[in-house]
Ligand binder design. Structure first.
Ligand code: KE4
Length: 427
């Protein structure tokens, strides 16, 4: 495959944008490549500026669960655009979206729409601190909750990919109240609570981690976090920016039956346009301005076009059989990739929850960040390039989740497995 037009586009992009990208997660440095530039996408397929088509498992890092450019979503956004882009005034569509979210995620009794997952988690933590009057927060190593200063500690996703789990520019003061523990380790969390009595406002967790690759919670882990936070008077925040409407229509909290005090949403809730949301128990959200003293605001919060995309997406996801279909396609892909690893004799494993999965170049189960060997990134890089050259686009990092959409089908999954078999054999 030639990438001449992408190469030219990348050269032009690097003149003004750091790394030629507007998010380091797209930079492709850790997979030893330059990014391909998207020209258009439809369904399960993306086309780059060289006219090459790829089966897409990036899915915009999660939002595109219906597939790209779903005609009904396109139409709804178009109709909203014709009525005006943004008003600086409330609209009834925002009320409709918040009502629908609360129906699907009952723990979000009251909520606020924002424009990104980062805004959602940042605001949820400020709310938790305002509500409890406490300063401390606990996050788990390898979990990524966006790029707010207090959360860029042992973060996952791009922060991990670039080998700098702690970011420059984050002052010691900004993280002085942030405590971290390994994922899937309840004793380590309890030790923090014991060492910081009555000081922890909240524990924030990806209930299924996507940002160190897909790492499911071990049986009892989420229940244990629920019990520990309750016992120590801290709020439990589920960061469902990635898992929300992904692993079940009600998110991970519905799939695993554990109810947090607050929930953060993003990605799918905007259908590919900028929407985030944070919410929880009514008494907690009562501290948010203008009802209470916790300030949070945003020009683009509840943007009418984004809300139209989100509403259309949630309606289409509510159709009977949608999540059974996603489960079946995810399982087919997992089985095929696992067989390919075994047949080719490559050390690796696939970890999956629903339609999000990761192929790890690891010898055994990945339960926490340090179960991923240092060699994994380089091996994933070679695999990523082989898959790209075979017309399959994966998220460009060992520490990301692959996403299957309702626009994928059995033939696409089988073609993906065949490409993987060849890419693994070439290692
Ligand atoms: P955004 O600010 O990127 O909308 O959301 C931050 C965020 C929060 N919480 C979770 C669980 C997330 O996965 C994310 C964002 N995920 C990354 C990819 N793993 C976004 C990709 C990027 O940064 O470009």
């Amino acid at each position: 495959m030639k990438h001449e037009a992408s190469k030219r586009a990348f050269e032009a992009a690097t003149r003004r944008m750091p790394g030629g990208v507007n998010s380091p997660a797209r930079a492709c440095r850790s997979v030893g490549a330059e990014p391909v530039f998207a020209a258009r996408a439809e369904g399960a397929w993306v086309e780059d500026v060289d006219g090459q088509r790829y089966i897409d498992y990036v899915g915009a890092f999660g939002p595109m669960i219906l597939g790209h450019a779903h005609p009904e979503v396109v139409a709804r956004v178009g109709r909203a655009a014709a009525r005006g882009f943004s008003f600086g005034m409330p609209t009834e569509a925002e009320t409709a979206l918040t009502e629908r979210i609360a129906e699907l995620v009952p723990a979000m009794e009251r909520l606020r729409l924002v424009s990104s997952g980062t805004e959602a988690t940042m605001s949820a933590l400020r709310t938790a601190r305002g509500y409890t009057g406490r300063r401390g927060i606990i996050k788990l190593e390898g979990c990524y909750h966006g790029h707010a200063d207090a959360l860029l500690v042992k973060a996952g996703s791009g922060a991990l990919t670039h080998g700098s789990p702690d970011s420059a520019g984050v002052t010691p003061g900004a993280v002085a109240d942030t405590f971290t523990a390994p994922y899937n380790d309840l004793d380590a969390v309890e030790a923090i609570f014991t060492a910081q009595p009555e000081a922890i406002a909240a524990l924030i967790v990806e209930p299924v981690v996507g940002n160190m690759g897909v790492v499911p919670p071990e049986p009892g882990y989420l229940e244990g976090l629920r019990e520990l936070t309750r016992r120590h008077g801290a709020l439990l925040i589920f960061d469902e920016v990635m898992t929300g409407f992904r692993v079940a229509l009600g998110g991970a909290q519905a799939r695993f039956g554990v109810t947090p005090d607050m929930t953060c949403l993003g990605k799918i809730v905007g259908g590919g346009l900028p929407v985030g949301a944070y919410g929880g128990r009514a008494d907690i959200m009562g501290v948010v301005a203008p009802e209470g003293p916790v300030y949070q605001a945003g020009t683009n919060s509840g943007n009418p076009l984004s809300v139209a995309a989100g509403l259309a997406t949630l309606e289409l996801l509510s159709h009977p059989g949608a999540y059974e279909r996603l489960e079946a396609l995810g399982a087919r892909l997992e089985a095929g990739l696992t067989a390919a690893l075994e047949d080719v004799g490559v050390e690796g494993r696939v970890q999956r929850v629903g339609s999000m999965l990761t192929l790890f170049f690891a010898p055994g189960p990945v339960r926490r960040l340090d179960d991923v060997p240092d060699t994994a990134s380089a091996r994933f890089g070679a695999f990523w390039r082989g898959m790209r050259d075979a017309g399959v686009l994966l998220p460009p990092s060992q520490y990301e989740a692959w996403f299957v959409s309702l626009a994928h089908d059995e033939a696409i999954c089988d073609r993906t497995v065949e490409a993987a078999r060849q890419a693994l054999a070439a290692q």
